[in-house]
Design a binder for this molecule. Structure first.
Ligand code: SF4
Length: 340
C-alpha cells in the first residue's frame, strides 16, 4: 500500500531516532550547557521500534535511517539493526553517526546487516573540532571512518555542516580527504532548525557560494542529472569526483520530501520544522492493533502539507526557529531529538 500527502509525496522514508543523547556538543545543534532529556521510561524498546516499522512498511516505507542524538550511544544497537535488516520490504537501512564510537561498532553493525553509514565530519583540524564540538574526539572520528571502510561498508558518505567563518576554508581539503578514504562528501548549509540557537543568516554559506569557491579551485563543476528524492544535489568535478550539497536553507527541496521522523520516545513528525507530532508510543503500549496504528498514520500523512524549509525561505528577517525557553519546555522541538 502506498499513501501520498496533499502534494503527492509518498510515505517512503522513515528516520528513526534511537536516543536523544549525544556525546558531542556541536555548535550548530547543541550549543547550550544544559538540556532537558526525554524520560528514560518513555524510550521505545527495540521490539516496539520494530513493531512500528512493520506498520510503516505496510504503508510503503522502504527506507530507514537510524539517527540520534548519537545512535551509537544506544546500547546493543546491532540487535535493532538485525531486526530491521530482516524485514523483507526494507531495501535501504542506513545510519547517521558522529563517528566517535564507530571504531568499536562498525564490524558488528555490518555483520548485523546495516547497509550504509553516513558520518558527520565538519573539520579535519583537531583544534577546530574541539572548539566546534566542545569534545576532544577528532582522532576517534577518523578511526571510525577507517573502521567503517575496513568493515566492508560501501557508499560511505561524510556530511559537513558548513558555517561561514568557521569551517568554510576546508571545503577543498574535505573533498580531497573524501577521495582518500573512498567517501562521497556532502556539504550541508547551516539550518535554522530547533536547537540551532546560534544561527544567523550571516553564518550560512549558500550552495551558490560553495560552488563558486570549489570552481575557483577545481575548474568547471557539472550537476549530476538524476531523479531522486534524496536531499543532496550531486555535482561532478573535472576529475569525475562526485560530491553533494544539501541546500535546505537557500534552495529547499520540500516538494520531493518523502521523509518523516520517529523520535526515541515514539513521537512521529512530518517535517524537521513541524511544531506538532503524532504520539505513537501510547497506543503501542496499550497494545493497539496494526489497523488502529494505521488509522492514526494514514490520515495524518494524507493531510500533510509541510514545507518547512520553503516556508522559512519567505521570511525576510530570519532568526533561530525556536527560542531557548521554548526548547526547554519541549525537547521534541530540538533537532537532536528529531534526528536532524
Ligand atoms: S523542511 Fe520539512 S518538508 Fe522540507 S525537506 Fe525538510 S523535512 Fe521535508
Amino acid at each position: 500500500m502506498l499513501i501520498s500527502d496533499t502534494l503527492g509525496r509518498p510515505l517512503r522514508n522513515l528516520r528513526i531516532s534511537v536516543t536523544d543523547r549525544c556525546n558531542l556538543r556541536c555548535q550548530y545543534c547543541m550549543p547550550e550547557e544544559e538540556y532537558v532529556w526525554l524520560p528514560r521510561g518513555d524510550i521505545l524498546h527495540f521490539e516496539e521500534v520494530s513493531a512500528l516499522v512493520d506498520v510503516f512498511a505496510e504503508l510503503g516505507v522502504d527506507k530507514l535511517r537510524l539517527t540520534g542524538g548519537e545512535p551509537l550511544l544506544r546500547r546493543d544497537l546491532p540487535a535493532l539493526v538485525r531486526m530491521l535488516a530482516a524485514k523483507p520490504t526494507i531495501r535501504d537501512l542506513a545510519m547517521t553517526t558522529n563517528g566517535v564510537l564507530l571504531a568499536d561498532h562498525a564490524q558488528a553493525l555490518f555483520d548485523a546487516g546495516l547497509h550504509r553509514v553516513t558520518i558527520s565530519l565538519d573539520t579535519l583540524r583537531p583544534e577546530r573540532f574541539r572548539a566546534l564540538t566542545r569534545r576532544d574526539s577528532h582522532q576517534k572520528v577518523l578511526d571510525g571512518i577507517e573502521a567503517t571502510v575496513r568493515a566492508g561498508f560501501k557508499g560511505l558518505k561524510l556530511d559537513t555542516v558548513v558555517m561561514r567563518g568557521t569551517n568554510d576554508d576546508e571545503l577543498v581539503d574535505l573533498i580531497e580527504f573524501g577521495k582518500q578514504v573512498g567517501a562521497e562528501v556532502r556539504f550541508i548549509e547551516y539550518m535554522d532548525v530547533g536547537g540551532a540557537t546560534l544561527w544567523s543568516m550571516d553564518t550560512v554559506l549558500s550552495r551558490t557560494a560553495m560552488l563558486e569557491l570549489l570552481e575557483r579551485h577545481y575548474g568547471p563543476i557539472e550537476p549530476v542529472v538524476e531523479e531522486s528524492s534524496a536531499p543532496a544535489d550531486r555535482f561532478r568535478l573535472p576529475d569525475e569526483t562526485i560530491f553533494g550539497i544539501i541546500s535546505s536553507t537557500t534552495a529547499p527541496f520540500c516538494r520531493s520530501c518523502d521523509r518523516s521522523r520517529l523520535t526515541a520516545d515514539g513521537m512521529w513528525y512530518l517535517c524537521l520544522y513541524a511544531r506538532q507530532g503524532t504520539a505513537l508510543r501510547e497506543p503501542l503500549r496499550r497494545s493497539a492493533s496494526k489497523e488502529e496504528l494505521k488509522s492514526l498514520i494514514i490520515p495524518t500523512w494524507q493531510q500533510r502539507r509541510d514545507r518547512g524549509a520553503e516556508e522559512r525561505l519567505q521570511i525576510h528577517h530570519r532568526s533561530p526557529l525556536v527560542q531557548i525557553g521554548e526548547l526547554r519546555k519541549d525537547p521534541h522541538l530540538e533537532m537532536h531529538t528529531r534526528g536532524g
